[in-house]
Design a protein around this ligand. Structure first.
Ligand code: DGL
Length: 264
């Protein structure tokens, strides 16, 4: 029995898709969530900035005595993987478990991934998918605009701004008829329904957040680290009221946030 909390961080609301997936799988765990909203978006930053910020976010969560961390951010997972791997605290990234899940996609149609500009530019997802799925064509598309939509409260599947952006951004991918699409940015889980409506049910959507949450459960169980009392503390480096309101909308329950900052 290990009651220390699990830390989760992201640039804002996207990591809540990992928090809610983890809650379903491990309702008894204590969780500290850090939304680095003041520095959002991460997806337009350089690898150097992202590596520094990854270290800062890990140090911030280490201050809570966490037993493990989910880096619920594709941008960090692709640009600062060595930083995450090098941490003394076990860190689960979203890249490796989600690529493993994609490798289970049958058939010979292309595999697709959508993520932030920095994630796609790094080539991290493409390289990992090509290695895990030899012979399959991999289509990688940056959809940075989706992050702005989510952070600004545009997530509903019938929101005209969401419908328009999803149709426009995914048009090149839709033409290629992929068998599976990896939501390689955790924010994209917030608009998964709109994405599903646009691409149709035949395209399997793989959520990087859900894959990372399952990997976290496996890791904790394998190392005898499970336990807790279902407590939750949420921190944001941005506006408390704004974060609380948007987090409540997604989680469908009251949210109390605190101010926290990992860097300048
Ligand atoms: N949700 C993060 C990701 O998975 C960061 C998005 C952003 O801030 O650009 O990449």
């Amino acid at each position: 029995m290990d009651k220390r909390p699990i830390g989760i961080f992201d640039s804002g609301l996207g990591g809540l898709t990992a928090l809610s997936a983890l809650r379903e799988l491990m309702p008894e765990e204590n969780i500290v969530y850090f939304a680095d909203t003041a520095r959002n978006p991460y997806g337009t930053r350089t690898p150097e900035q992202l590596r520094r910020m990854a270290k800062e976010n890990l140090a911030f969560l280490a201050g809570f005595g966490v037993k493990a961390v989910i880096a619920a951010c594709g941008t960090m997972s692709t640009n600062a993987l060595d930083v995450l791997h090098g941490s003394e605290i076990p860190v689960i990234n979203v890249l490796e478990p989600s690529v493993s899940a994609m490798a289970g996609s049958e058939g010979d149609a292309p595999l697709a991934v959508i993520a932030t500009e920095a994630s796609i530019r790094s080539g991290g997802y493409t390289r990992a998918l090509e290695k895990a799925c030899p012979g399959r064509e991999v289509i990688a598309l940056a959809c940075q605009e989706f992050v702005w939509l989510c952070e600004n409260g545009h997530t509903a599947p019938d929101d005209p701004a969401v419908i328009e952006a999803v149709a426009r951004c995914l048009a090149p991918l839709k033409r290629e008829k992929p068998s599976a699409l990896l939501l390689g940015c955790t924010h994209f889980g917030l608009i998964a329904e709109a994405i599903r409506n646009e691409l149709g049910a035949r395209v399997e959507l793989v959520s990087a957040s859900e894959c990372a949450s399952r990997a976290c459960k496996t890791l904790l169980e394998a190392n005898g680290l499970t336990g807790g009392s279902g407590r939750e503390a949420l921190y944001t480096s941005g506006s408390l009221q704004d974060f609380e309101q948007k987090a409540e909308h997604f989680l469908h329950r009251p949210v109390k946030a605190h101010y926290g900052s990992a860097g300048e």
